[in-house]
Design a binder for this molecule. Structure first.
Ligand SMILES: [Zn+2]
Length: 249
């Protein structure tokens, strides 16, 4: 059992290093396949020993071996996060369709979150990928009705569309599209939980930075990362959260 977990974790960090390439190249409109990885400062071609997830970063002291430019901590962070989340999903779902479905979703959300935090845009190509894959997973699921997934998409996307129209730009169209395909992945129960968790966490965050004077009333706070964190939490802890909620009565 331990070896399976270790294998999943290591696979996750390797796949996560590919996500780093996506996070860097997709906003620039570059191919995510060619050419091979290079230092973004000096263009030095990275060798195999530079490409071991997390370990290379530590051995290099977080610096390029050619030009000594600092390598962003985002690289090992995304690798570790991917490995960690895959392992947690595997512990919960084992070798079922849900493991692959949610591993795909978590991967897409990681890439979207880090791009959104950098450029405040959710690329349409990634939204489309989410829609298509969400639809496929919903159609092949034998244990949950397709109508439940469709309802999730309509509730999530619909509510955010209303908020976007009422707030006149306060909520971006990217968040509406994100919430629509998330609903398709999650079904209506987890969608409601995601909405609740994202409003609570996003609200608390906004309240805190306002009180501490870190941001003004007019400064935009990207909501995407809160939605994504809430969705991942809903997938992993749905049962525990509902059990806790109903134990309150
Ligand atoms: Zn370099």
């Amino acid at each position: 059992m331990f070896w399976q977990y270790l294998l999943i974790f290591i696979s996750g960090t390797i796949i996560g290093s590919f996500f780093n390439v996506c996070i860097y190249r997709i906003p620039l409109g570059k191919s995510i396949v060619f050419p091979g990885s290079r230092c973004i400062k000096c263009g030095g071609r990275l060798k195999a020993r530079h490409l071991i997830p997390v370990i290379s970063y530590i051995l290099l002291g977080g610096k390029c071996s050619y030009c000594n430019a600092k390598i962003s901590a985002r690289y090992p962070l995304v690798e570790l996060l991917t490995g960690f989340l895959y392992t947690v999903l595997f512990a919960k779902f084992y070798w079922t369709l849900y493991f692959f479905k949610y591993a795909f979703l978590v991967s897409l959300l990681l890439i979207i979150s880090f791009i959104d935090m950098q450029i405040q845009i959710i690329p349409n190509g990634l939204v489309l990928l989410g829609l298509v894959m969400g639809l496929i997973f919903a159609l092949i699921d034998k244990y949950y009705p397709f109508s439940g997934y469709l309802l999730g998409a309509l509730i999530g996307g619909g509510l955010f569309l209303v908020i976007a129209l009422l707030s006149r730009g306060g909520m971006g169209s990217g968040d509406v599209k994100l919430m629509f395909f998330l609903g398709l992945f999650l079904g209506w129960e987890k969608t409601l939980l995601t909405l609740f968790l994202s409003f609570v966490s996003g609200g608390l965050f906004a309240f805190t930075v306002l009180i501490l004077g870190l941001k003004g009333r007019k400064d935009p706070i990207p909501f995407g990362p809160f939605i994504n964190t809430a969705a991942i939490t809903a997938v992993i802890f749905e049962v525990e959260i509902f059990r806790f909620y109903f134990s309150l009565f």
